[in-house]
Design a protein around this ligand. Structure first.
Ligand code: ADP
Ligand code: MG
Length: 267
């Protein structure tokens, strides 16, 4: 099982889109894929037509189990989706209280520890993280082996990236292994100078940590989201699907030695 998180201390940069789109591509290739929503806004949860204000079981239950010192078994809280091989551990807006209660009693490893129980059930786990540093983001960063940091292709976004990398440095100290990350330029519009300049500065400053391609602006992203269908199923040839597929290939080729074979028959 491989666990990736998508995080940035800024909203609206394409975190949820990255999780849903990569997840859809992985599932359609036959990988058993689990998406975890750790954002109290519950956008990932809403994407799959579940209401984070009303949902009965969610990732919130895991945090409650942790407080009650019960064993951490996410199975009963995971829901299937309409897409074969794609499951979701949804968020309830109640997880905002986890954030408010702060890091009381080592709550930072709830997700990491609970994923151990489903290690054989999934090939990939993708975690959508909230846009603020707190217990939930710490859970995402502690559980993953690789992090994607989507960054808008506009100049102001570079400040946010700096802040995120600072956070990683702080959190990195409490991890056993270094956390690898990839900066993913998102909502790239080749017609604007801002996009092109931001990309250039990003590559100058962060070099190899920046993925060498970009996720373009693609109106189909919004349409797929409105339809509640991962983009790769909604419009397999969409520009953004092609770009996210490239990103996935890049990741899979980097770690050939630890490659995971699809467990489901590919459709
Ligand atoms: P975050 O999770 O970081 O808040 P989202 O993934 O929800 O960001 O994206 C923010 C908004 O931008 C959403 O309305 C989404 O549909 C849109 N969006 C994301 N990626 C793209 C893209 N590549 N092209 C066009 N719109 C996009
Ligand atoms: Mg989001």
């Amino acid at each position: 099982m491989r666990i990736w998180a998508v995080s940035n201390q800024k909203g609206g940069v394409g975190k949820t889109t990255t999780v849903v789109t990569l997840g859809g591509i992985l599932a359609s290739r036959g990988y058993r894929t689990l998406l975890i929503d750790l954002d109290p806004h519950g956008s990932l949860t809403s994407y799959f037509r579940k209401n984070p204000d009303q949902i009965d079981v969610s990732v919130y239950n895991l945090f409650q189990d942790a407080i009650a010192k019960k064993s951490l078994l996410p199975g009963p809280y995971i829901a299937s989706t309409d897409f074969e091989g794609l499951s979701v551990l949804p968020a309830s807006t109640a997880i905002a209280t986890v954030e408010r209660q702060g890091g009381a009693g080592g709550m930072g490893l709830v997700i990491a520890n609970s994923l151990a129980a489903v290690r054989k059930q999934y090939d990939f786990v993708l975690i959508d993280s909230p846009p603020m540093l707190g217990v939930l983001m710490v859970n995402a960063l502690a559980a993953c082996e690789h992090l994607f940091i989507p960054v808008l292709s506009e100049f102001l976004a570079l400040k946010g990236l700096e802040r995120m990398l600072h956070t990683l440095e702080m959190i990195g100290k409490s991890r056993k292994t270094r956390l690898d990350y990839t900066v993913v330029p998102t909502l790239f519009d080749r017609r604007t100078r801002a996009s092109i300049q931001t990309l250039r500065v990003m590559r100058e400053r962060y070099g190899d940590q920046v993925w060498d391609s970009v996720i373009p602006v693609d109106t189909q992203v919004r349409e797929a989201s409105d339809a509640g269908i991962p983009l790769s199923y909604y419009m397999p040839k969409a520009k953004a699907v092609i770009a996210y597929t490239e990103l996935l290939e890049h990741m899979l080729s980097q770690n050939r030695s630890r490659s995971v074979e699809p467990a489901l028959a590919t459709a």
